[in-house]
Design a binder for this molecule. Structure first.
Ligand code: MN
Length: 208
């Protein structure tokens, strides 16, 4: 699939006159320190969207239970459509009735380093994703150290597992999803993001 088409699905699903989300253009730049973001999304079901900057877009997975810092815990991750890079700092309300309707928070944000390799040779992230196995080191505000993403089912039911690697940042007792619930970007809770967005809307400051 041509790279320039990879945001087609993202755009097709949304009406940008009604949604405050970035319409997003493809940015063809190679990043030395690519972005990773985890967005907490209080939609029909609360979930966490795990995104990695790859080839100028954010490759995305919905992780219903969010990430764990316990290497024994495997979290199911379901691939979703590529998102534009500027989505990484989006917080706000997507109106009820629109695609993904609900509140979005930047739960964790930082950079990652691809650690995927074979025989001491790095496998480029694009190739690793194709192969169905990526390991990476996260340097976020909340999450640090190694994580792996592994595809365990293909096709309509495609499913991956997000697992913490055993390293100094592994911590079976931490459980940041419940102990660190607020935004890594603004410190706000879901309720505060909602309240702020509604206030802005009532002042006529646009859809966000
Ligand atoms: Mn989502």
């Amino acid at each position: 699939m041509a790279k320039k088409d990879s945001l087609k699905e993202y755009r097709a699903r949304r009406n940008f006159s009604r949604s405050p989300e970035p319409s997003g253009t493809h940015q063809n730049k190679r990043a030395k320190n690519p972005t990773f973001v985890i967005q907490k999304h209080d939609a029909r079901n609360l979930h966490y969207d795990f995104r990695l900057q790859v080839n100028g877009v954010l490759k995305s997975w919905a992780v219903p239970k969010g990430p764990s810092t316990d290497p024994r815990v495997k979290r199911a991750a379901f691939p979703t459509e590529d998102h534009p890079l500027d989505y990484a700092t989006f917080e706000g309300i997507i109106s009820a009735g629109e695609y993904g309707g609900g509140t979005v928070m930047v739960w964790d944000l930082g950079t990652y380093k691809n650690l995927t390799g074979k025989n001491e040779k790095e496998i480029p992230i694009e190739k690793a994703l194709e192969n169905g196995h990526v390991s990476m080191r996260l340097d976020g505000k909340k999450l640090k150290g190694g994580y792996s993403l592994t595809r365990v089912a293909k096709g309509e039911e495609e499913r991956w597992l997000l697992v913490k690697m055993r390293d100094e940042a592994a911590d079976a007792r931490r459980n940041p999803v419940s102990s660190e619930p607020n935004s890594a970007l603004t410190g706000r809770s879901l309720e505060e993001i909602e309240r702020d967005a509604k206030e802005r809307r009532s002042r006529g400051a646009g859809v966000n």
